[in-house]
Ligand binder design. Structure first.
Ligand code: AP5
Length: 213
């Protein structure tokens, strides 16, 4: 199965893609995680990408398309994949069309205010990127990752001003993709404002009704 998860920052793309990836034994391919990995490793790509990421705008298409093209040419995605954060504009959608067919595009929708609230508590491990939330899923020892003992921090782009810019970028560049995919039979619209479990079940029900599960 080849899935795309689309939605504003904080819609729960990573959360739901991670769950689906475990349940379906399919790799989750997150362009955001791939870019953060490049930034942490200090590569040329990471240095160029960081300038855009820290202010909440899109990294140029040529860098993204090359990175994702290499990733989708690997053996482990032959059976399928879950794309989280790609495509993010019409040009990237066209690049994806040339690279692979897809079975469904899941659009998770949530409001800007809800997103700002979610990000205010989000934290991650600076070493292994494990996800935490100060209220919903805090680490056992404050400031220390349960998995690897690394330091827990807030992502620089989770500050409220950057989150609001990321949301503007989404409205302007990525939201037109919803209409683009609505024209095909691939679009699945999910209200992302319920609990994590409610959203998970809604996605499963939609995939089942499309006879993909
Ligand atoms: P990326 O990492 O993709 O960030 P994003 O899409 O802006 O947002 P997130 O991934 O942080 O949110 P999410 O929807 O995955 O939500 P999550 O599950 O984490 O991209 C970062 C940057 O990289 C971009 O700004 C851009 O610069 C660049 N980039 C990446 N891809 C690119 C591309 N293709 N082209 C160009 N540039 C690109 O959840 C968020 C929080 O909410 C968590 O704390 C979670 O626990 C909580 N939560 C989740 N679901 C629920 C729920 N139902 N109820 C309550 N809380 C919830």
């Amino acid at each position: 199965m080849k899935l795309v998860i689309l939605g504003p920052p904080g819609a729960g793309k990573g959360t739901q893609a991670t769950k689906l990836s475990r349940e379906l034994s399919l790799p989750r391919v997150s362009t955001g995680d791939m870019l953060r990995h490049e930034v942490a490793a200090g590569t040329d790509l990471g240095k160029r990408a960081e300038e855009y990421m820290k202010v909440g705008v899109l990294v140029p298409d040529e860098l993204i398309v090359e990175m994702i093209g290499e990733r989708l040419s690997r053996e482990d995605v032959r059976r399928g994949f879950i794309l989280d954060g790609f495509p993010r504009n019409l040009e990237q959608a066209e690049a994806l069309r040339r690279m692979s067919d897809i079975d469904a595009v899941i659009h998770l929708d949530v409001s800007e205010e809800e997103v700002v609230e979610r990000f205010s508590g989000r934290r991650e491990c600076s070493k292994c990127q494990a996800a935490y939330h100060v209220r919903n899923s805090p680490p056992q020892v404050k400031g220390r990752c349960d998995r690897c003992g690394g330091n827990i921090r807030q992502r620089v782009d989770d500050r409220e001003d950057v989150v609001r810019q990321r949301f503007r970028t989404y409205r302007e560049k990525t939201e037109p993709l919803v209409e683009h995919y609505r024209g095909s039979k691939h679009l699945v619209e999910i209200d992302g404002s319920g609990s994590i479990e409610e959203v998970r079940q809604a996605i499963r029900a939609a995939l089942t009704s499309k006879e993909l599960l």
